[in-house]
Design a protein around this ligand. Structure first.
Ligand code: AMP
Ligand code: MG
Length: 410
């Protein structure tokens, strides 16, 4: 077993995965899905010159000498609610009452808000006044949102490979995309293994613990926008492991993800069953926490075997599986956002690339971090109390207090 850096192991895994095929889905189902097309605007946004305020549309030039001592009174010749298409055009001395979002008529280059006029009645249903008086100059384009101000026809608004958030869905709706081409979501078969594991909801029994990895990893898979097919707990027997892996094959999943059962223990049958039906590599990755990482295939389905200890399973998922699911799901950049944080205390490491549980605080735009108690790989509570993982690079044995390191926010 050769010693791999985290980066080498990640690259080796990623090199086995290509984006899945794509599908067309309705916009309402698009949250968090990854775009598989470039979005090109077929309309200008806004699509017509419109008012940014409830007020009066006028010709700015009419107000060039207007001041409190020389007020300007204009004849109100039209009323333009939002959604209407004004046919009038204003001549000097005229104004039109106009609502926010309404199309501004020909000859109009500005809107004065109603609160800057002598017409104060703004209750619903009020008719426009015959005249309106103002006491200040208005600027050309004041409160007019011109056609194409935000988006021009032909602009590329979103690129293939981005994850759609609520804002992107909003602009897709503005641009008339009722359906969007997206990448299919990876389908992941998930199983735990070990005779000590109980289903959650069952009282503890001597020598047994509850299967927490199934729940935690299912949540992580979902947070990576993949679909989970939970296969449950394999007993430490050849038959039980085979039965569950065959279920994964029958469901035609994209990845099989397991936890535990792949170390060198006498009851670690996952390793043996996968090897007998495909191939399995063990990599000693220069990281902490993390035992050897198992990667291979079972009947041509990619197989990733994470360690059994809950914190190791979590970190292994974040380091190796999230980016894999991102690649399968078409994401062009699946890397996690990082922040630089200052260590509040000295941190000792053992020279492996370490992912340490920490709390980070912000003060005046700077982040500082301290560890959340003991870092044993079975201690899930210290991960629950953390809001970040500090990444101590390989080769570093001591980070002095006050030094900066990179962190992933959880
Ligand atoms: P193993 O890799 O099978 O040697 O397991 C390593 C450690 O992880 C042992 O302490 C197991 O009891 C624990 N473990 C394995 N699977 C799970 C699981 N699904 N949930 C919680 N702990 C587990
Ligand atoms: Mg075990």
């Amino acid at each position: 077993m050769s010693l791999l850096s985290v980066e080498q192991a990640r690259e080796r895994i990623l090199s086995h995965f290509q984006p899945l095929t794509t599908e067309k889905i309705i916009l309402a189902d698009c949250i968090n899905r990854v775009l598989a097309m470039d979005i090109v605007a077929a309309d200008d946004l806004p699509p017509f010159n419109n008012s940014a305020m409830d007020g009066f549309a006028l010709r700015a030039a009419d107000s060039s000498n207007t001041a409190p001592a020389s007020p300007l009174t204009l004849n109100v010749v039209a009323d333009i609610p939002a959604g209407s298409t004004p046919t009038i055009s204003l001549v000097p001395g005229q104004a039109a009452r106009i609502m926010t979002g309404a199309q501004v008529p020909e000859g109009v280059d500005s809107v004065i808000p109603v609160e800057d006029t002598d017409f104060n009645d703004r209750s619903a249903g009020t008719a426009p006044p015959k005249t309106v008086t103002i006491t200040r100059q208005v600027q050309v384009n004041e409160n007019v949102r011109p056609r194409g101000m935000d988006v021009h026809i032909g602009d590329v608004i979103l690129k293939s490979g981005v994850r759609l958030n609520a804002q992107s869905i909003g602009i897709l709706a503005m641009l008339g995309f009722a359906e969007v081409e997206v990448y299919k979501q990876p389908r992941v078969a998930l199983l735990s293994s070990g005779d000590e594991l109980l289903e959650i909801g069952v009282p503890l029994m001597p020598g047994k613990i509850r299967d927490s990895n199934s729940s935690m990893l299912a949540a992580l898979i979902q947070s990576a926008n993949a679909e989970v097919l939970p296969l449950g707990i394999a007993k430490d027997t050849r038959a039980s492991v085979t039965e569950l892996l065959e279920k994964a094959v029958a469901k035609n999943v994209d990845v099989i993800l397991t936890s535990a059962g792949v170390s060198v223990g006498a009851y670690d049958y996952v390793k043996e069953v996968v090897e007998a039906n495909g191939s399995l590599n063990f990599w000693r990755v220069n990281m902490r926490p993390g035992k050897p990482l198992a990667f291979g295939e079972y009947k041509d389905i990619p197989f990733i075997g994470l360690p059994g200890n809950p914190v190791s399973a979590f970190v292994g998922f974040e380091v190796f599986v999230r980016s894999t699911l991102g690649r399968l799901g078409g994401l062009s950049d699946g890397s996690r956002p990082t922040v630089r944080v200052r260590c509040e205390e000295e941190i000792l490491s053992d020279g492996r690339e370490s992912y340490l549980r920490a709390v980070i605080h912000e003060n005046n735009g700077e982040y500082s971090a301290r560890l959340t108690g003991h870092q044993g790989s079975g201690n899930l509570l210290s991960l629950v109390q953390a809001n970040a993982l500090l990444i101590i690079p390989a080769g570093v044995k001591c980070v002095p207090a006050g030094q900066e390191v990179i962190a992933w926010r959880l």
